[in-house]
Write a new protein. Structure first.
Length: 80
């Protein structure tokens, strides 16, 4: 059940990140995929910084930070 929750939370985080990023992100489907990947990246970054989050809200914040970071990195390459 944990994997399904990470996919759901990552998808919601990708959607939110697409709404928060300037330019609206890269479309609904890509934002969902970026959110799922961003959940993994956010967990990794928070682990490096020693930040621990718990519960659904903490997981959503972690995934959202990772998704925004990933969308920002992708937008740098898209401009080039």
């Amino acid at each position: 059940m944990g994997l399904i929750w990470w996919i759901i939370i990552g998808a919601v985080a990708g959607w939110l990140a697409g709404k928060l990023m300037r330019g609206g992100g890269f479309g609904f489907l890509v934002n969902l995929l970026v959110g799922i990947a961003g959940a993994v990246i956010g967990g990794w970054v928070f682990g490096l910084l020693g930040i621990a989050t718990g519960g659904i809200i903490g997981s959503l914040v972690t995934a959202l930070v990772g998704a925004i970071l990933l969308l920002w990195i992708i937008s740098l390459f898209k401009r080039a």
